[in-house]
Structure formats: C-alpha cells, structure tokens
Design a protein around this ligand. Structure first.
Ligand code: 13P
Length: 265
C-alpha cells in the first residue's frame, strides 16, 4: 500500500550526532545514509547534524542523496570578535541549510538562557536557515505537573520576535530532558499530550491554522523498537534522534517508521 503523508506536515527525522564521530566514522555514516536514502523515499525529510569540523566532509558524502545538512548550533551575532563562535553565514557558506537551536544540553550544561535562544532563532531564520527549535522539561518539572507550563514558556520566549511567515522554516522538537540519553522513552500518550500543549502555545501566539501546519517531532531515547508507536500519535510528526542516529541501520529504521507511522494515521 502506498501511504501518502500529509502535504502540510511531511514527516521529519533529524540525526543529532552531538559531540561524537571522527573524520572516518563521520564519512562512513554519511556515505551509508546516502546509499540507503532512496530506500526510505522522499516522503520523509531527513537531516543530519554532525559536529562543526565534519560538516564539509559530510556534505560531500551526502552528495545528491536528498539528505540535508544541519549544524548543532550557531552564534546569535553576524560576525566579529567572538572567539570560537560560528555564524549563520558560515553555515550557509559551507552548505548547511538547517540548524538546531535551544537544545537542552546547551540550555542546561552551557547556560543558554531563553533570551539567547530567542536571539539565535532570529539570527538563524533571518539568515535563511531552517531551524529545529528544541524544548522540553526536566524530571523535577514533570513530577511537579509543570511540563505544559515549561514548554509553553520556552515556546513563548523563543518565538517572541518571530513573524508568522518564518514558521514554515521551523520544526519544533519536544525533547523531555529525562528521556534524553537515558533509555527511558516518553509514552506515546505523554508525547501526544506535550505536543498538543506546544500546538496550543503556537495557536495562541499565532493562529490555529499555522499551529496545525507546524511540524512537532519527538526526541529522547528514540530507537527502532519504539519509534513506530510514537509516530502513530496524530500530533507527532517524526523525531530528533541522538544515540541511535550514530548507527546507519537504526537511524534508517527510524526514518522508515516515520514514513509508516505518520502515513498510517
Ligand atoms: P537520545 O536519542 O540519545 O536520547 O538523544 C536525543 C536528543 O537529544 C536529540 O537531540
């Protein structure tokens, strides 16, 4: 049976390699993905986010496979005396078309505030990049029943200066911090609840049509064995994958699950 995904919310799967890989393994992984990309088909939008030093070689290895290239971060400033920073222009110059903004590891371990996340989001979108904006609550916040309030705050702060026309270049990733790298995955019902809260926040910031058209993906211990059930939830439009994106066969299985799960609704 041919399954046709929603025209407005094409499934999206991102592979966030984080601070992993080296020259050889980055090349091997990207080449394996490029060779297999046609088996997944173009019903799923696939983006990989390697570390900065390997962006160029991964771009070359991906070739014309249709898999897009993204960076894991960018500076909120356009250029200048900012040792160690990387600008949006540099990312575009090297062939990256996507960037992650507001990942919880940067918020929590590297002290990124809501304000800095908002500035980075403006810089990325004004420069023409596509963005995966990450939001999600800690275990403490979840146990206190505050998960919806947290993601609503993060969405409100990040999107404060973003006009509605920029939203089509944005995907939102719901990544509960307690599920990242822990092997503990949100239940499909929990993920669906959080995604609904995010969509609600978008509807009140913009309008319900725009909220309906925006892709919201799940991240946190995604694996071939749990992806399909999560992607079958009507508000879950794919995933942002960490650990499992480092193994081509696992990542591709998750991409296929996005195609099947979202298409089977
Ligand atoms: P894991 O899939 O390793 O839990 O990481 C999720 C994540 O942080 C993706 O950005």
């Amino acid at each position: 049976m041919t399954r046709v995904p929603s025209r407005t919310r094409r499934p999206f799967v991102g592979g966030n390699w984080k601070m992993n890989s080296d020259r050889a393994s980055a090349h091997d992984l990207a080449s394996s993905l490029a060779r297999a990309a046609s088996s997944v088909g173009d019903g799923v939008e696939i983006v990989v986010f390697p570390p900065y030093p390997y962006l160029d070689l991964v771009r070359a290895a991906l070739g014309e496979s249709g898999i897009a290239l993204g960076a894991q971060d960018l500076s909120s400033e356009p250029n200048g005396a900012l040792t160690g920073e990387v600008s949006a222009e540099m990312l575009l110059d090297i062939g990256a078309t996507w960037v992650l903004v507001g990942h919880s590891e940067r918020r929590q371990k590297l002290g990124e505030s809501d304000g800095l996340v908002a500035d980075k989001l403006v810089m990325a979108l004004e420069s023409g990049l596509h963005v995966v904006l990450c939001v999600g609550e800690t275990l403490e916040e979840r146990n206190a029943g505050r998960e919806s309030a947290i993601v609503e705050r993060q969405i409100g702060a990040a999107l404060a200066n973003i006009p509605p026309t920029h939203l089509e270049r944005m995907v939102i990733a719901y990544e509960p911090i307690w599920a990242i790298g822990t092997g503990v995955v949100a239940t499909p019902k929990d993920a669906a609840g959080a995604h609904a809260a995010i969509r609600e926040a978008l509807a009140s910031r913009y309008d319900s049509a725009l909220a309906r058209e925006t892709r919201i993906v799940y991240g946190g211990s995604l694996a071939p064995g749990n992806a399909k059930a999560l992607f079958a939830e009507s508000g879950v439009d794919g995933g942002l994958v960490g650990g499992a994106s480092l193994k081509a066969s696992d990542f591709l299985a998750i991409c296929s699950a996005a195609m099947i799960g979202v298409g089977a609704r």
